[in-house]
Design a protein around this ligand. Structure first.
Ligand SMILES: Cc1cc2nc3c(=O)[nH]c(=O)nc-3n(C[C@H](O)[C@H](O)[C@H](O)COP(=O)(O)OP(=O)(O)OC[C@H]3O[C@@H](n4cnc5c(N)ncnc54)[C@H](O)[C@@H]3O)c2cc1C
Length: 381
């Protein structure tokens, strides 16, 4: 009996175990080296595709293998067993880069862009944030102006995961003056003249993933690259944010679970004052608190995913799950570092890396303050 038997069916546990096996075999043995070098080999994409991991959550009509929000939570939890959130984020940037493309239901775009990402041949990314605006999406300034049958794009984007090596960029651009109604999505190939990586950014954590500042200098993009209707960008973004935020909750749950497991193992074998650390009552209570927090975050995350798969639009609850899981990851990692003592502060220990990686969770995909704004709004405040 699993605690989550009422939510997880065989397809969920199969996906989780498949992703976990892949992570243990193909990520975990290289995690330290890839993190230190700030990247991971491009060949990991086709390998992950071959293992069936990249196509989960993408509808069959778009070349994927189907599955819902809870399956995607399982993929992230399984892959995180590789202990590098950076690898999972880099490998998983198609999870945010592709939805606006396949949601068009256009065969030309699906064949040219979606399918090659699902086989690991091409890499996608999502570009919303700009040097001048993040939380306030209505502040997006990157402009796309019609010129004959082209759009001409000028502006820049900031903090873009996989932006350095992506083959195409799913980009939120300003096509009109209305703060929200003037936003649209354009697919911009990275090899178009005028597209450049201004900077590969150095970060606190997620070292193995690349994070770019991108520049668009009068980039000509054919009108067919418009994703959906002109002016629909904000609505598309808000719809897709739900899954991105749930995915970040899954990172939090997985991060906290691994930190707890590491702390359990270490305190059992480490001795002080004649006995294992785990035999001190204060250690036991700390571990008990950590386990309680992990179960709480996991329960909320799974339940929200389950309800999303049943068709509910749970904007407030998704935001709650993200905040709870992010805080749990940070708190549990902090405690795990403390329980490992000096070793918890060493680059060779997994909890040191997890504690840095976890700091991203209340920031990326919408900050914890913005999540609270959403929750308050849903409460009618
Ligand atoms: C590693 C990493 C990867 C990322 N990957 C991507 C990516 O792939 N694509 C992409 O588009 N973006 C990406 N981002 C950007 C990320 O989504 C933004 O950093 C985030 O949305 C916050 O925006 P900001 O950094 O501009 O902060 P700001 O919006 O400037 O916020 C700064 C602070 O002000 C607070 N604040 C803002 N508005 C309010 C308010 N109304 N009330 C109270 N407090 C407020 C915020 O909560 C925050 O604490 C990534 C970021 C990081 C760090």
């Amino acid at each position: 009996m699993e605690f989550f038997d009422n939510l997880l069916d065989e397809t969920h546990t199969t996906v989780r175990d498949m992703a976990r096996r892949f992570a243990e075999e193909h990520i975990r043995p290289h995690a330290e080296a890839w993190e230190e070098s700030g990247t991971f080999p491009r060949e990991l994409y086709p390998k992950a595709a071959e293992a069936g991991i990249l196509s989960i959550g993408v509808p069959e009509q778009a070349g994927g293998s189907g599955g819902g929000a809870l399956h995607q939570v399982m993929v992230i939890e399984g892959l995180m067993r590789g202990t590098s959130a950076g690898v999972v984020a880099g490998l998983g940037s198609l999870g945010i880069g592709l939805p606006a493309v396949w949601q068009t239901e256009r065969a030309d775009l699906i064949d040219r862009y979606v399918r090659p990402c699902l086989t690991g041949e091409r890499i996608s990314c999502l570009a919303i944030t700009e040097p001048g605006t993040g939380s306030d999406v209505a502040g997006v300034r990157t402009k796309a102006v019609r010129d004959g049958s082209d759009w001409v794009v000028s502006g820049s984007k900031m903090f873009i995961t996989s932006g350095v090596r992506a083959d195409f960029i799913t980009t939120l651009v300003r096509t009109g003056d209305d703060p929200h109604g003037g936003l649209s999505f354009l697919l911009i190939e990275a090899d178009r003249p005028g597209v450049s990586v201004s900077r590969a950014l150095r970060k606190t954590g997620w070292w193995a993933s690349d994070t770019a500042e991108l520049s668009f200098d009068a980039v000509r993009v054919p009108e067919g690259n418009l994703l959906g209707e002109e002016g629909e960008g904000f609505l598309t973004l808000m719809r897709n944010f739900q899954l991105e935020r749930l995915a970040l909750a899954a990172y939090g749950v997985a991060t906290a679970q691994i930190a707890l497991d590491e702390a359990m193992a270490y305190t059992k074998q480490r001795k002080a004052f004649g006995r294992s650390l785990s035999r001190f009552q204060i250690t036991k209570h700390k571990l008990a608190e950590m386990a309680t927090a992990v179960l709480t975050a996991r329960t909320l995350t799974y339940q929200v995913a389950h309800r999303m798969d049943a068709g509910d639009y749970l904007i407030g609850e998704v935001s709650m799950a993200k905040n709870v899981a992010a805080k749990t990851a940070i708190d549990v990692c902090y405690d795990a570092v403390q329980l490992l003592g000096g070793m918890g502060y060493m680059r060779e220990s997994v909890v040191e890396r997890l504690s840095r990686d976890a700091r991203l969770l209340p920031i990326g995909g919408g900050t914890q303050e913005i999540m609270r704004e959403i929750i308050a709004k849903e409460m009618g405040l």
